[in-house]
Design a protein around this ligand. Structure first.
Ligand SMILES: Nc1ncnc2c1ncn2[C@@H]1O[C@H](COP(=O)(O)OP(=O)(O)O)[C@@H](O)[C@H]1O
Ligand SMILES: [Mg+2]
Length: 380
């Protein structure tokens, strides 16, 4: 087994730079998810590992070997795509076997091939389907055949490009669990590409968040959620996304406030900013609570908001509000009586869970700022 290292890797297609100066170390045996919006360069990064795209600049290694000039078939990788492209006329068994017989010159003996097929089928729950044709399987089963076909080779690195996108929601959730379990059993390095932050959060050991060809942050799921490096990560991870509004820092030192067009918000820690600084204030929906302003004492802080819509999801309620020029969402306990559409409310932010960002660099200000201590996990 081995890890994968991008060392300042750039990929250009003519005038388009798909991946720029990417440095990323995927550890041996790690489940790394490359997460980002469509067109950010995820597939290109994965295809460079596979050898399907040439590296324009920088160095790409699998294990200790620089692979820039190594052809795909000499790289010990297996790749699974969104469209699983099975051979329709061949049985499941033959499909799974296909990579083992592709190279006539160094085929495994039939006995060993058969052992490997049985093992892969067992791991993926396909034992009873080996004699069927792909057309006689459900979408989820077909995707599992594609996975079995990948693992039968016992590669050093698995590459997966949005492999669950064609499955319906229920099957996607189930297959997510199966992939995590598969990784736990195989302990092989996985590099998994998705635009779906829920997939990334639920499966990854670590997530590399990519935007516009650049790595924004690399960290464990809870880490990137609690301590986003910048506004892009803050808004991309979490659903509904983090609310943001511009403001000016009112007091310096630890503890203070930020004045916005819709009111003043108390902030537990202002490290990294000073009185008078322009900032972008961020609060996740779970840390915003609506208050009835008619019962207010006039000095109390909060954001004046108007309720525009209420979405009931069963386990939670989303309050969609207008705050100045922004739309802000509060996530509410469905057991509590909600305000009504059209109501004027004050949104109170939990001071310990307010984030501040530099509006020019978009970087998050402060170090431990806003990280709920209970969820911080030590590195390593
Ligand atoms: N073969 C290609 N030729 C030209 N441009 C490409 C090619 N492949 C990808 N690109 C461009 O590179 C960028 C990144 O694409 P891609 O890696 O497919 O993004 P993602 O997988 O994150 O959606 C996009 O702007 C895309 O149009
Ligand atoms: Mg893609």
């Amino acid at each position: 087994m081995s890890g994968v290292t991008f060392d300042e890797v750039t990929k250009r297609f003519g005038d388009t730079t798909a991946v720029e100066n990417m440095s990323l170390e995927v550890a041996d045996g790690e489940f790394m998810v490359l997460l980002g919006p469509s067109g950010c360069g995820k597939s290109t990064a994965l295809r460079m590992i596979a050898g399907l795209e040439e590296v324009s600049d920088g160095m790409l290694s699998i294990g200790n070997r620089v692979v820039n000039n190594i052809p795909p078939r000499e790289r010990d990788i297996a790749m699974v795509f969104q469209s699983y492209a099975l051979y329709p006329h061949m049985s499941v068994r033959k499909n799974i076997e296909s990579p083992l017989v592709a190279n006539r010159a160094n085929r495994l003996p039939a006995g060993e091939r058969s052992e490997r097929i049985d093992e892969a089928a067992e791991v993926l729950g396909l034992t009873d389907y080996l004699d069927r044709k792909p057309g006689e399987l459900s979408g989820g089963q077909r995707q599992r055949v594609a996975l079995a076909r990948a693992i039968v080779r016992r590669p050093e690195v698995f590459l997966m490009d949005e492999p669950l996108s064609n499955l319906d929601a229920k099957l996607r959730t189930q297959t997510r669990l199966e992939l995590v379990e598969l990784h736990r059993r195989l302990r092989t390095t996985f590099v998994y590409v998705t635009h779906d932050q829920v997939e990334a959060m639920t499966m990854a050991d670590r997530i590399a968040i990519i935007n516009d060809g650049h790595v924004q942050q690399v960290g464990r799921p809870q880490e990137v959620y609690d301590r986003p490096a910048n506004l892009f990560v803050a808004r991309f991870i979490g659903s509904p996304p983090m609310n943001t509004i511009s403001g000016t820092v009112g007091t310096s030192g630890t503890g203070g406030n930020v004045a916005t067009e819709a009111g003043v918000v108390a902030v537990a820690e202002l490290s990294g900013s000073r009185a008078g600084d322009e900032v972008v204030l961020g609060v996740r929906p779970e840390y915003l609570k609506p208050r009835d302003p008619s019962k207010d004492d006039p000095g109390a802080g909060g954001l004046r908001a108007r309720v525009e819509n209420i979405e009931m999801l069963g386990h939670e309620r989303h309050l969609l509000t207008r705050v100045g020029n922004e739309v802000m969402v509060a996530r509410l306990d469905p057991a509590l009586p909600p305000p009504s559409i059209g109501d004027e409310v004050v949104l109170e932010a939990d001071a310990a869970n307010v984030y501040l960002f530099d509006p020019s660099t978009t970087e998050r200000l402060g170090s431990g700022t806003s990280t709920p201590t209970a969820t911080v996990v030590a590195d390593g």
